[in-house]
Each structure stands twice: as structure tokens, then as C-alpha cells.
Design a protein around this ligand. Structure first.
Ligand code: C3B
Length: 792
């Protein structure tokens, strides 16, 4: 390893060891690790071709990969060796790891799920490609200026991305605009704009290196030669114009989480990567097959939300316009290839494109969508229309073009049947199924939580890393005082580290013996960070009323970004920061209560925070969080959950035991009913002296003396609308928090409950999720299992 790193310092970076920077060492280490991946990767590709195995294609506008060094090294079984080699070279391994920017090509849960799936697909040895966009700028960086969120461009690609292989020979012409001509029943799309899609491949190697798949990301380039004529005329802007325009498509990740961006550029991005991916997989298929009717036997395509839903009409277009199939047969073939995952019920997140825009950008696809709509309604009279109120409804399109539609938790999948796709579900009663989300244990326990990981491995061996249900063996230890003490010591070590990091990042001293209470996720009204900060103020009041009381010291930790255009979410961020300033400087509450909000939450920060958490906040309005995956990461790492019956919380509670979970709040059913009661919010506030007092303080400017009216709109909305029922769940939440306080005071009691969480979270491995997709949707399995079981 040492020699391999030195080789790259010299021959890839052109440096000598004495003059190498941290950056140089990191790139050299990454390249050395990448070298070790290549043989596994080639072997996997060869075996896939040789066995004629079915391939899985996961189409996703987002892959939130995070840093790769530690994860890649761990999966290759080289984590110890890499560290030793770097140390033997006189370098600081931690510093090198920390030098890597996050690959932040995603917004939140949906993008991180795609990344976990890539890890599980490789670990299970299922031949698969992830297809997405190689954004020049990932998710924006967040800073706080006087407590307010400020966004700046993310710039990961200004450095060399050592993991990828550029594939300049893999390129496709992607068309936009123009018009369609029809001759003798054949359609010809005469486009008005062409962009080149070129490929960049990152190998993804599974646990123990048994299998390697590919993450293929597309970058947009201008198709023509450089405009030398304009350049020579001195018109440099004109000369660069077509290149700049083309590149716009892969320039930035849209920062909207669960809202429909509704922009022409977004539609172009979606079509760009979907079309390139389908052209690529068709080329691969046709290189050793000639019967297009057998496509579904060899190709499974998963649509990660509706973002790639244009795949239905695009693949139909390729089969009909390019390969000469009849439309109805093409539709059937495509349907047998496609699966669609729904990730949200929020109406504002369900993509809809105006037919005018669709006709302008993708005129041929609009025709095909009309044909699909017609075909479906002929077969199923009374079916909902794909085009409604002059908008193409991408959810309906995806549903109709997929043979399976899945939700991401048991509750969510039932709600999908009852709400968004109620009518389509009646027509196709077996199409909607559930696949509860999961998380990869490699990143989310093995690498991110070394103290706990080592303890578990010492106790039960390391089989759990690829077979997480083995953690069940730890259940026997929940009465073992000595083991519980070690389990607690692991948590404490993580908390001490985090306290140090908080001091450096936020300048706030926190006591590692206080309860670390963490809410990290995108800032959204339905996730109710607002309820959390209101409860914080209520607790502050109560401690101040009785400073000598028997309080359980707490550190409230927040993390998360708001979409730049989401006004209310940004107000909530500002409020949390304002409250933090007031409380952290209060000598009365002192160490009993602290509030910290480190900026720029990302995958790396999650890896630091989760292992150190005692309490996990999963407090969304019931029926709104499709699944959640952070909830799983916390419980796996031995945090207890305070949560509502929402998303996967329901299943987590079933697995870890109701007695090891702090439940509160209205159910999804009750939420629906409560909304119908006129003036429910005002009534709830008036019935709660505690909440009234908190809201009164905010309105009076206790937390913003410089601008007393700052939160009047926010609080006013709570009285008059409160769509997410913060007011109705507030008292129940406050009470649950006091039960948490009591439980935390018994150190071993708490440790036993926490251990029960870790021990019973095995089912939430994304390996289990992927096995479910493979069995129920893709009908695909591993080629060479490297000792792993075949999927039934
Ligand atoms: C998220 C949902 O909000 C989460 O509940 C869910 O766990 C994840 O997807 C993964 O399924 N989601 C998201 O991050 N972005 C969207 N546009 C829609 C859903």
C-alpha cells in the first residue's frame, strides 16, 4: 500500500513525498485504493456478460455519496492497511480523510437512499448500474449570517475527483425542441437543439470486495466543434456561447427538496440523463441480444421518484421510432422493464409539466404520452388522465408505465393506495407494493462508529456487517452490567469527540454527560423543527421557574438546510439561532440547557453526530414523512427515538419494542380529522398555558429584541393555519420529553433500552431492502454470490 501511494505521488501527481500536500496524499491514497478496485470491477463485468444475467438500472437525479475514502477502503478490507501505510509515510490519516469534500449530489433522504442502494447492490453481487448527473456544483453550502441562512456555491469539482474514470468515448446526442413530422405512419423528430452526454464512471465495490458495480454519471457538453470563426473575429462571448449553454444542463443540482421546481432547465436535466441512460443500456443490450421483445428478461429499470419518469415515453420512442416496433407492443415491453418508487405524498412535490412546455422541449414525447394515455383509457374506461388541466402529471405517467409501484414504508405504501393513486390502485390492485427503506451498515455503523463497531465485533464477530440481523445476538447482553458499561463507554467516547468538534465549530461548550438530543434533516414545516424549538423554550422557562429542580441536562442539536426559496423554513432556522443565542448565554440555565446548530449539515456531519446521539427526534406530522432513514441510523447507533407514528417510525417501534421508544402525537387518521375542526389551532393554543406563554415570548421579541416583529408572521400562521399541527401535538410532545428526562436519569436503564435498539435494527439494513426489490420488482439476483445466498 505504501509503495502504491508513493507511486501515485510520483507518477500521477508529479510530486515527491517531501513536497506533497494533504491534498496530494489524499489523491494518491484514493488512486491507490481505486487501483485495488479495478480487478474486482472487471471480473464482475465479465461474469455478468458471460452469465447473460439480468442487469438492474437505478435511475436517480440524486446520489448523495458523501466522502468515499474510508468507505471504499473498508469495503476492500483495506481500512487498517490504508491507515498504517499513511502513518508509516509520516502523514496524519484523519487529516487526509477530512480533506475530501462530500460528493453532495443530492438534497436529502432520496439521494442518500440511492447511495445506500448502490452499496447494497454491490455487496449482494447484483449486476447494477446507477445512472445520474455529474453536477459541477452539488448542494449549496450553508452559512449563518446573524442567524440567517446564506447559500454559496458548492465546488467539489474544482479539485480532482480521484474515484472516477472519464469515458470520452461513451457519448450520446440528446435532442431538444423542434417539431415532429409524420410520413406513412412513421414519426420523425426534427429537433432544434442537441447536447452531448458524456460518461464518468465510479466503481462501487461491495463488502469484502466480492463484487463491483458502476455509478455512471453524465456530463453535458456542446456537440459541435469550437466556433473558431467568432473567436478569430474577436467575439469571444459568441465563441463560448454554445459550450456554456450546453454545460448549463449539468451545472447545478436543484436545491429543492420535496417541491416541484417547475422549470424548463429541470425538465431538460431530467430528460438529459434519462435519455442518455436508456441509450446506453440499449446499446449494451443490443451488443449481445437481438430480440427486443426479450428486453424485460434482461433489463430492470428503477425510477427513483418521478424525476426520471420521462423514461417511459423515451424508451417507447426508441422502440417505435428507432427500432420500428408497434406502439402498443412497445408500451407493454417498456412497462415490464420499469418500476417506480414513490417517495412522498406532499402535493407540492408531485411533478407536473405544462403541456406547452412539454411541447416546446419534448414534442415527440408529448405525442407518445397522449398515445399512452389513450391506450390506457381504452383498456380501462374511467381511468384518471395523465394530462389533466393542461399539465402532464408525472406520477400518473410513472404509475401507468411501471409494472410495480412501491412506497417506502408500510404506512406510506398504504397511504399511497388511499390517496395519490386511489383511482389507479382500483384499476391495478396488485401494482402498488411496499419496500421499506434501509441503510447500509457499512457506512452507518462499521465506518462511522468505530467504538461501537469494535465492541460488537469483539462480542459476536464481524458477520453482522453483511448480515445485520446477527445483531440480535446482542439482546442477550441487555442484562449484563459489564457489557452495558462498555456499550455506554463507546457512546461516551463519541460524545466527547463531538463536544470537542462543537467547541471548534460553534464556539459553544457542551457537557458530554448531558443528554445529546439531535434533530438533523432538511428544514421543512412537516418535519416540525419548529415544534422542537418551541419545546426548547418551554423547557427553558420551566428550568428558570425552578432552577434548583431535578433537571436532566440537555444539549439540543439541530442540523439541516432550507431550500433557498422556502421562506418559512428560513424563518425557522433564524428562530432556532436566535433562541440558541439567548439560552446559551443564560447563567440561570447554564449547563442544564444548550442549543447548537452547526451550519452546513451534510453526510459527513451526520456521520459525526449520529454515533454521539442519545435521543433521535423523528417528530413529523403523522402521514407526512414517507419513511425517513435518519431515524434508522440513530436507532442502529443506540439512540432512543422520540417520535410520532409516521413513516418507518412505526416499523422501528415494532422491531425495537414499544417500551424502548418514546411515542407521542396524533395518528395519521387523527390528523385528517383534526384538520376538519374549525379553529383547531387557536383552540389548542388556548388550552395550553405552556405553549401560549412560549408564543407570547416570541411575539414580544424575547429572542429578537433588535427586531421585535421578526416572528409575527410565523406565529400568526400557527394560530390561523398550522397545517402541520404543531399546536395540537405540542403538549403531548412536551410530556414525552419529560418521560425521556426521567428515563435518562437511570444510566443503566437507558443503556439497556439503547442496546435493545441496536440489537433489533438489523432488519433495516438496505441489504434487506434491495433483496425485496430484487425479488418483487426486478426479478434479478446475484451472478456470483461469493458465498452469499441466492435471493429466493
Ligand atoms: C424523502 C422522504 O421525504 C423521506 O421520508 C424518505 O425516507 C426518503 O425520501 C427516501 O425514501 N424524499 C426526498 O428526500 N426528496 C423528495 N423529493 C421526496 C422524498
Amino acid at each position: 500500500m505504501k509503495d502504491e501511494i508513493l507511486h501515485h505521488i510520483r507518477y500521477s501527481l508529479g510530486k515527491d513525498a517531501e513536497h506533497s500536500s494533504v491534498y496530494d496524499w489524499r489523491i494518491a491514497l484514493s488512486l491507490a485504493l481505486r487501483d485495488r478496485m479495478v480487478d474486482h470491477w472487471y471480473r464482475s463485468t465479465r461474469e455478468t456478460y458471460a452469465s447473460n444475467a439480468k442487469r438492474v438500472y437505478y435511475l436517480s437525479l440524486e446520489f448523495l455519496m458523501g466522502r468515499l475514502v474510508e468507505d471504499m477502503a473498508a469495503n476492500l478490507g483495506l481500512d487498517r492497511e490504508a491507515r498504517h501505510a499513511i502513518e508509516a509515510l509520516g502523514q496524519d490519516y484523519e487529516e487526509i480523510v477530512h480533506d475530501e469534500p462530500d460528493a453532495a449530489l443530492g438534497n436529502g433522504g432520496l439521494g442518500r437512499l440511492a447511495a445506500c442502494f448502490m452499496d447494497s447492490l454491490a455487496t449482494l453481487g447484483i449486476p447494477a448500474y446507477g445512472y445520474g448527473i455529474r453536477y459541477e456544483h452539488g448542494l449549496f453550502e450553508q452559512k449563518f449570517s446573524d442567524g440567517k441562512q446564506v447559500e454559496t456555491a458548492e465546488t467539489w469539482l474544482t479539485q480532482r475527483h480521484a474515484w472516477e474514470f472519464e469515458r470520452p468515448e461513451v457519448k450520446y446526442r440528446i435532442q431538444f425542441g423542434g417539431h415532429v413530422e409524420h410520413h406513412e405512419g412513421k414519426a420523425r423528430w426534427i429537433s432544434s437543439e442537441t447536447v452531448l452526454a458524456t460518461a464518468y464512471d465510479t466503481p462501487v465495490i461491495g463488502w469484502k470486495g466480492t463484487w463491483g458495480n458502476t455509478l455512471r454519471l453524465w456530463s453535458a457538453k456542446a456537440p459541435g466543434a469550437f466556433d473558431l470563426e467568432s473567436f478569430n473575429r474577436g467575439d469571444y462571448l459568441a465563441a463560448g456561447r454554445s459550450e456554456a449553454l450546453a454545460r448549463t444542463i449539468s451545472r447545478v443540482l436543484y436545491p429543492d427538496d420535496t417541491t416541484d421546481a417547475g422549470k424548463q432547465l429541470r425538465l431538460k436535466q431530467e430528460y438529459f440523463f434519462t435519455a442518455a441512460s436508456l441509450m446506453d443500456l440499449m446499446r449494451r443490450y443490443l451488443s449481445d441480444h437481438d430480440d427486443l421483445r426479450a428486453l424485460p428478461d434482461h433489463v430492470a429499470i428503477q425510477l427513483n421518484d418521478t424525476h426520471p419518469a420521462i423514461a417511459g415515453p423515451e424508451l417507447v420512442r426508441q422502440l417505435v421510432d428507432v427500432h420500428g416496433l408497434e406502439m402498443p407492443e412497445a408500451i407493454e415491453i417498456v412497462r415490464n422493464c420499469l418500476g417506480y418508487t414513490n417517495h412522498t405524498l406532499l402535493p407540492e412535490a408531485l411533478e407536473k409539466w405544462h403541456v406547452g412546455l412539454m411541447a416546446y422541449v419534448l414534442p415527440r414525447h408529448l405525442e407518445i404520452i397522449r398515445a399512452i394515455d389513450h391506450d390506457h383509457r381504452e383498456r380501462h374506461p374511467g381511468s384518471p388522465r395523465i394530462i389533466e388541466h393542461d399539465h402532464v402529471q408525472m406520477g400518473e405517467l410513472a404509475f401507468i408505465m411501471a409494472h410495480k409501484v412501491n412506497g417506502v414504508s408500510a404506512l406510506h405504501s398504504e397511504l399511497v393506495k388511499e390517496t395519490v393513486f386511489e383511482d389507479l390502485h382500483k384499476i391495478h390492485p396488485t401494482r402498488i407494493i411496499n419496500q421499506t427503506n434501509g441503510i447500509t451498515p457499512r457506512r452507518w455503523l462499521y465506518t462511522c462508529n468505530q467504538p461501537l463497531s469494535d465492541l460488537i465485533t469483539r462480542e459476536i464477530g464481524d458477520g453482522w456487517v453483511a448480515d445485520l440481523e446477527q445483531l440480535k445476538a446482542l439482546n442477550e447482553k441487555s442484562g449484563d452490567k459489564a457489557f452495558l458499561a462498555e456499550f455506554q463507554a463507546a457512546k461516551r467516547a463519541n460524545k466527547v469527540q463531538l463536544a470537542q468538534w462543537i467547541r471548534q465549530t460553534c464556539g459553544t461548550e457542551v457537557n458530554p454527560d448531558a443528554m445529546f438530543d439531535v434533530q438533523i434533516k432538511r428544514i421543512h414545516e412537516y418535519k416540525r423543527q419548529l415544534m422542537n424549538i418551541l419545546e426548547t423554550v418551554a423547557l427553558w422557562n420551566e428550568i428558570r421557574d425552578n432552577p434548583g429542580g431535578d433537571w436532566t441536562p440537555r444539549v439540543k442539536i439541530f442540523g439541516g438546510k432550507a431550500a433557498p426559496g422556502y421562506h418559512v423554513a428560513k424563518q425557522i432556522i433564524h428562530l432556532i439561532n436566535d433562541v440558541a443565542t439567548r439560552i446559551n448565554n443564560d447563567p440561570v440555565t447554564g449547563d442544564l440547557l444548550k442549543v447548537v446548530y452547526p451550519p452546513n449539515y451534510n453526510v459527513t456531519m451526520a456521520e459525526n453526530l449520529i454515533p454521539a446521539a442519545d435521543l433521535s427526534e423523528q417528530i413529523s406530522t403523522a402521514g407526512k414523512e414517507a419513511s425517513g432513514t435518519g431515524n434508522m441510523k440513530f436507532a442502529l447507533n443506540g439512540a432512543l427515538t422520540i417520535g410520532t407514528l409516521d413513516g418507518a417510525n412505526v416499523e422501528i417501534r415494532e422491531h425495537v419494542g414499544a417500551e424502548n421508544f418514546f411515542l407521542f402525537g396524533l395518528t395519521a387518521q387523527e390528523v385528517q380529522e383534526r384538520r376538519l375542526q374549525h379553529g383547531f389551532a387557536r383552540a389548542a393554543i388556548e388550552a395550553s398555558p405552556r405553549l401560549s406563554r412560549v408564543l407570547g415570548q416570541i411575539v414580544d421579541g424575547v429572542f429578537c429584541p433588535d427586531e421585535v416583529t421578526r416572528y409575527h408572521e410565523l406565529v400568526g400562521n400557527l394560530y390561523d393555519h398550522d397545517y402541520f399541527l404543531v399546536t395540537c401535538d405540542f403538549d403531548s410532545y412536551f410530556d414525552a420529553q419529560r418521560r425521556v428526562d426521567v428515563a435518562y436519569r437511570s444510566k443503566t436503564g437507558w443503556a439497556a433500552m439503547a442496546l435493545k435498539n441496536t440489537a433489533n435494527m438489523g432488519w433495516f439494513s438496505s441489504d434487506r431492502t434491495i433483496q425485496g426489490y430484487a425479488r418483487d420488482i426486478w426479478h434479478a439476483g446475484p451472478v456470483n454470490t461469493g458465498g452469499m445466498e441466492k435471493i429466493a
